[in-house]
Design a protein around this ligand. Structure first.
Ligand code: FE
Length: 351
């Protein structure tokens, strides 16, 4: 039977259980968080929540795939209450695999635009986007012309042979970008595009997004693909070496003249077998508060999902010149394309 959570009914259940069971009462002040957010600035987010509510957070860190595998292995014995993942397709996967407890929360539904959360059903909403990041192109301002890299398609153009650096194709950030491309171009043209990127690589994929940016700055590559917050972090660095990296590279938000730049979502969900679901919902609701959203924007250089907040991040402002056009591809389509994309990557030798 599927469990559905309404904050009110659970609050009542918890209170009445608490009357008879001291252990449940003690549990009230804890949540177990499985988090794929790998950003040191998030520490302040968690401690502010504990200060505001008295609810302690026990955190387990892993990547998206690790968390999903762990939840599946643990099943109903899982101690997880709340889950944070950093990729829309993985959030979708968790929903499809039944790992999340649908939530009914007016606060979350009001704060988060419909396209940035799971489809609501009678049971509730399975996951909620909490922040967004764009997947952009950085290039060597000395050697590469901006107009040669202002679309994703051009990353595969023979004019850019030997210049591309990119992390593993199988990383969720790339699987989601390629899954979105499959929606725009169709599978056959996407496979040709992936093959073109392999032909253009300056080196075999390795490292994370920051390593790609640094490789552009050092001259090893002419262009690279990165999430915006990694570049913003370098732009705002106090360390002179990092600052110099950011100054050396240009940034393009690709496909502004066509379908727009690929944007990914980091988000959260309540675990299917949460023992402290009321607190888990409280935590998600806290994450859409202006303070927490501001923290995503200023602490980790992401865009808030809550509209109307003043964005006060100089690096994000400098990067976009104010605003940019983002693509509109359903997250479920991106998620469903992932297996197809992985097969294409294997066929074209994109490691
Ligand atoms: Fe990341």
């Amino acid at each position: 039977m599927r469990r559905t959570l309404t904050v009110l009914s659970l609050a009542i259940a918890t209170v009445s259980a608490g009357l008879f069971s001291p252990s449940v009462l003690a549990n009230d002040q804890v949540i177990n968080l499985y988090s794929a957010r790998h950003y040191p600035t998030d520490e302040a987010l968690y401690s502010d929540f504990t200060k505001a509510t008295g609810i302690k957070i026990n955190r387990v860190d892993s990547d998206d795939a690790g968390i999903i595998a762990r939840l599946k292995a643990e099943g109903s014995a899982s101690p997880a209450d709340v889950i944070l993942l950093v990729d829309a397709a993985r959030l979708w996967r968790g929903e499809v695999d039944g790992l999340f407890l649908p939530v009914k929360s007016k606060a979350l539904e009001t704060a988060i635009p419909a396209q940035l959360r799971a489809k609501s059903t009678d049971e509730g909403t399975a996951w909620f986007g909490l922040s967004t990041r764009a997947r952009v192109v950085v290039y060597d301002k000395l050697k590469v012309k901006r107009e040669d890299v202002d679309t994703y398609e051009e990353l595969a153009d023979p004019k850019n042979k030997g210049k591309l650096c990119i992390r593993s194709g199988s990383h969720p950030y790339n699987l989601s970008l390629f899954g979105a491309m499959t929606e725009h171009l169709g599978p056959a043209a996407t496979e040709v595009w992936l093959k073109g990127m392999v032909d253009n690589m300056a080196r075999a994929p390795k490292g994370g997004d920051t390593d790609q940016i640094k490789a552009v700055a050092s001259g090893e590559c002419g262009m690279a693909v990165t999430n915006t917050y990694y570049l913003a972090r370098l732009m705002r660095a106090t360390n002179p070496a990092d600052k110099a990296v950011a100054e050396r590279v240009g940034v393009v938000f690709p496909n502004q003249q066509s379908w727009g730049t690929h944007v990914n979502v980091a988000g959260g969900a309540v675990a299917r077998y949460a023992k402290n679901p009321t607190n888990a919902v409280k935590f998600l609701e806290y994450l859409v508060s202006p303070e927490a959203q501001n923290h995503f924007a200023n602490g980790n250089n992401e865009w808030p999902v809550v509209k109307g907040l003043k964005l006060d991040n100089p690096a994000l402002k400098a990067m976009t010149g104010g605003s940019f056009k983002s693509e509109l591809v359903p997250i479920s389509a991106v998620g469903m394309n992932q297996i197809k994309v992985q097969q294409m990557l294997d066929r074209v030798g994109f490691k």
